[in-house]
Design a protein around this ligand. Structure first.
Ligand SMILES: [Zn+2]
Ligand SMILES: [Zn+2]
Length: 379
């Protein structure tokens, strides 16, 4: 998707209309051409106007949330990897909400494209790392089998409306100070369809579709993350009158792992080891996504140091390869010493000339900073 409208306005994805309006007004005051004629600022001004146009309109916002761009002429592409599906046109959505395009003459079709649907799917970190196949229960409108989507009871059929003679609209001549004016409006008897269904299908009450639960098998590619949407073309809601189905979007929700925290395609965890082990070096077993591996703690390891296990993270969604698993070391100072242990440590301090250490002072919190830096650099 080209533009993140939420980011443009600086609001969260679940922001309410009030919040969106406030954010827009604040930015508009700041960036208005009268206030700030700089061309770069003007680009920003156009952006926030576009973002507001979409997010302040519940229908456009829904289209946008489903992965489309309501301001792009073809509705924009859907979530990137939907088997080349072309997304959905904004006009289709508008048709679904408002009926056939305004200005169109003649009866409107009873058949319309169905709406897109969205379902959330929880997966584990392991499933995200390697990909999986899931069975999904989806509840959507499907074509009514009793009437095959026609809406008429079996053995009956739709008939031409006698009020408009099938034209779907009725004309009326009225007098006004400009003279005679002819106006036409949708036929009230057939609601503009041009046909009436005298005996609606008892199964679907004439809608041509019923709700049903289906089981779908969905392939989840390796590397998906929280919020990734997988587009299944034509698996959404069937339209009225047996119209073509919309698309189904499967939104991924990754459950928290007990040991690993995901940042991008890298995984992070902390291992706490006693001071003696940090000084002498040791190996600790770690259950990685690929089985148990020995983490090599080298002699003299400091608290806050990190040990990367290359290629033990999440598979990159595009282009293969894997992120790293980064083990952050936390050195534990021994407490509750018995007499013998204390004696040993005092003896060690004497041997190392550390009975009265002067300490090394530096600005800030070195340990914490280096840890953060390591995390950002993926070390
Ligand atoms: Zn039916
Ligand atoms: Zn009519």
């Amino acid at each position: 998707m080209a533009t993140d409208y939420y980011a443009v306005l600086g609001v969260r994805r679940d922001a309410g209309q009030d919040e969106i309006k406030k954010a827009f007004r604040r930015l508009a005051r700041e960036l208005h051409p009268d206030v700030n004629p700089d061309p770069k600022t003007q680009e920003r001004f156009k952006e926030i106007n576009a973002a507001y146009e979409v997010l302040s309109d519940p229908q456009k916002r829904q289209v946008y949330d489903l992965g489309g761009d309501p301001l792009s002429p073809n509705g924009g592409a859907g979530a990137g990897f939907g088997a080349g599906a072309a997304g959905f046109g904004f006009s289709d959505i508008m048709d679904a909400f408002f009926g056939a395009a305004s200005g169109q003459r003649g009866p409107r079709s009873r058949t319309r494209r169905g709406q897109d649907a969205m379902i959330r799917l929880e997966i584990t970190l392991e499933e995200a790392a390697f990909g999986t196949t899931k069975e999904l229960q989806v509840d959507t409108a499907v074509t009514c089998t009793t009437c095959s989507g026609e809406g008429a009871a079996p053995g009956t059929s739709a008939q031409t409306c006698d009020m408009c003679r099938g034209k779907g609209e009725v004309s009326q001549v009225t007098r006004s100070f400009l003279g005679q004016v002819m106006t036409s409006r949708p036929c009230p008897q057939c609601q503009g369809f041009g046909t009436v269904v005298p005996t609606p299908c008892p199964e679907c009450a004439g809608d041509g579709r019923v709700r049903a639960r289906r089981t779908l098998t969905v392939k989840i590619p390796a590397g998906v993350d929280n919020g990734t949407r997988i587009q299944l073309a034509g698996e959404g809601e069937v339209g009225p009158g047996g119209g073509p189905a919309g698309d189904l979007y499967v939104e991924i929700a990754e459950t928290a792992h007990t040991v690993f925290q995901r940042r991008g395609d890298d995984l992070h965890c902390t291992v706490t080891i006693p001071m003696t082990a940090a000084s002498l070096g040791t190996q600790v077993p770690l259950q990685t996504l690929d089985g148990v591996e020995e983490v090599d703690i080298r002699p003299g390891t400091q608290s806050g140091q990190s040990i990367p296990l290359h290629g033990r993270g999440i598979t990159h969604l595009r282009g293969g390869g894997r992120g790293d698993l980064i083990v952050h070391v936390e050195v534990q100072t021994p407490t509750k010493l018995d007499a013998e242990q204390e004696e040993l440590l005092r003896r060690l301090a004497v041997l190392r000339g550390e009975e009265r250490p002067s300490g090394q002072f530096a600005p800030g919190q070195q340990g914490l900073f280096s840890r953060l830096k390591d995390a950002f650099n993926g070390r």
